[in-house]
Ligand binder design. Structure first.
Ligand SMILES: [Zn+2]
Length: 109
């Protein structure tokens, strides 16, 4: 089940990268489950040439489908815009269909 979710996350990531004009970037993204993420549903960090996107193994399964999709889009937009929730990130979110993207999205509950 969890691995299926990661496969779905990669499909979303491919679409977000493609609609932003960076189709190849998805190859530099690694998704993984993280047991330590307990307050935010996901985060990302750059390690050398690779962006690691960590999904909370505790919170992600509790989120709705729409929240899961938006979370993946949110993190992928960080990889495309270089981090932060500034203008570049908001433009990436808008191209992925989230015109009024929240500055910070946490679906913890
Ligand atoms: Zn963020």
């Amino acid at each position: 089940m969890k691995d299926e979710n990661l496969a779905a996350a990669y499909e979303i990531a491919e679409q977000v990268c493609a609609c932003n004009g960076y189709a190849d970037t998805v190859r530099g993204i690694r998704f993984s489950w993280c047991n330590r993420l307990r307050r935010s549903i996901a985060n990302c960090r750059r390690v050398g040439e690779v962006w690691e996107i960590h999904l909370s193994s505790r919170l992600f399964p509790l989120a709705s489908f729409d929240e899961c999709v938006e979370t993946v889009v949110h993190e992928v937009c960080h990889t495309l815009s270089g981090g932060g929730h500034g203008k570049g990130w908001k433009e990436c979110m808008a191209r992925a269909g989230y015109v009024n993207a929240k500055d910070y999205y946490v679906a913890g509950r």
